[in-house]
Design a protein around this ligand. Structure first.
Ligand code: URA
Ligand code: ZN
Length: 431
């Protein structure tokens, strides 16, 4: 990407595993875990550890695969701030909003979850505070902890202690265990909505996939294409289903001010919104689980809650008023579809760093790696060349609008995020 265009680029979808989280993964013997591999001989260095996070990568799902080919190799670009800054410089990224990568704290037992959330959030705040304004962060909630602890952490993220460093929070699609349409999430959404309505921090809720779809839908040959099916289809469909369930359950009726950011350009939401809306219009039976037993009739008897008319606010309205989409779609068509459903000022550039590095050195692909998990894991030299996954997304934004609409291009690449998050990019700082 030539540095010709001096307008700021803001990356709102970029991840980190802070060193403490790396140690946590290294201490585990089941996914999510880091597999440390022995050196091939006593005088050679050990190969990079393998990151095993996707359910389909686990040693138990792949009993005949050697550990050296499971998951993907990970290097310092996953956790080193200098590497992240170097990546940003290479790609002319002015400001990044870092988030903990999946699967966040979803797997922790209840009593470990809250201390870990505070530890990670504090680390993220410190990284941001020492970055001269180039890095901000989305925090994380201890979702397996008791509700009070979750709300405490949310208050911490919204407190002056985290301002102006923390700009939102990242959330997987399982919520408290039953999905994002679970009525038990109401106190969290309510608190979040309240924070979001207060003046100077949108504290955006970034909804990101991890679990994909059950492997059975991809068939017995799934592993033949590495991570392609789970990442290209499983991830975006997971997000599509999670958001659609929220809308169907009336989350945006009860919390009309709740603002969410959907990963990967909203998955299939832009393409399927019309069909979802039409199915709702033609559906006869909707029940509101948060009103369980209140209608005293059919709903109460069925245990499904009161019978209702379906979501009150249309999907079109919710998309335009409650939803932001990242531009991580790798195609102009995808960016245009995102813009079409949420509006051009609500689409925000992202890279998904450090996932999708260039595959292998010299374009060579490591056997068994399906998602850019080749040896291009950013140790030093490779970090200096541009990543195709990034340039493709920049080009997609440019091509989505064409050269006559520079304002929209600048908006999606950075201007929209600058306004939304109140970033002060001119002074290289704050916001
Ligand atoms: N992108 C992510 O954010 N996580 C993955 O596991 C893969 C791609
Ligand atoms: Zn991501």
């Amino acid at each position: 990407m030539p540095p010709a265009d001096p307008s700021p680029i803001v990356d709102i979808h970029t991840h980190i595993y802070p060193p403490s989280y790396i140690s946590l993964l290294s201490s585990r013997t089941s996914p999510p875990q880091l597999l440390q591999l022995p050196p091939p001989s006593p005088d050679t260095p050990p190969p990079p550890p393998r990151l095993i996070i996707l359910p389909s990568d686990s040693p138990s799902a792949n009993p005949s695969t050697p550990p050296s080919l499971l998951g993907r190799p990970i290097g310092p670009e996953y956790s080193s701030v200098p590497h992240i800054l170097s990546f940003m410089n290479t790609h002319h990224i002015t400001t990044s909003i870092l988030s903990l990568a999946n699967p966040w704290l979803d797997f922790l037992p209840a009593h470990e979850s809250a201390p870990w959330a505070r530890r990670i959030n504090t680390e993220l705040r410190t990284i941001s505070a020492s970055s001269s304004g180039r890095i901000h962060a989305f925090g994380v909630l201890p979702l397996t902890a008791p509700l009070d602890s979750i709300l405490d952490e949310l208050s911490f993220l919204a407190s002056p202690a985290c301002h102006p460093y923390i700009k939102g929070l990242i959330l997987g699609t399982t919520g408290l265990g039953a999905g994002l349409d679970d009525p038990s999430l109401a106190p969290i959404f309510s608190a979040l909505q309240q924070h979001q309505s207060s003046a100077n921090n949108p504290l955006l809720l970034f909804i990101h996939p991890h679990y994909g779809l059950p492997s059975s839908v991809f068939g017995p040959r799934m592993q033949d294409s590495g991570h392609v099916l789970p990442l290209a289809l499983g991830f975006p469909l997971e997000t599509t289903i999670a958001f659609t369930r929220m809308w169907l359950a009336g989350v945006f009726d009860r919390f009309p001010g709740l603002k969410v950011l959907l990963a990967h350009a909203g998955g299939a939401v832009p393409a399927l919104a019309g069909r979802v809306g039409s199915c709702v219009e033609h559906e006869r039976g909707f029940y509101d689980a948060s009103e369980k037993g209140k209608d005293g009739g059919e709903g109460a008897e069925s245990g499904r809650g009161a019978r209702v008319r379906g979501p009150k606010r249309s999907l079109e309205t919710v998309l335009r008023e409650n939803v932001y989409l990242d531009a991580v779609s790798y195609s102009a068509t995808g960016v245009r579809a995102a813009v079409e459903v949420v509006g051009r000022e609500r689409v925000l550039f992202g890279t998904d760093h450090p996932f999708f590095p260039p595959v292998g050195v010299g374009g060579k692909k490591e056997e068994g790696d399906g998602d850019g998990g080749g040896e291009g894991h950013g140790s030093g030299k490779e970090e200096e060349s541009e990543w195709t996954s990034v340039t493709t997304n920049v080009e997609a934004v440019k091509n989505a609008f064409g050269s006559e609409d520079i304002d929209s291009i600048k908006g999606v690449l950075g201007g929209n995020a600058i306004r939304l998050f109140g970033l002060d990019v001119d002074s290289g700082g704050g916001g």
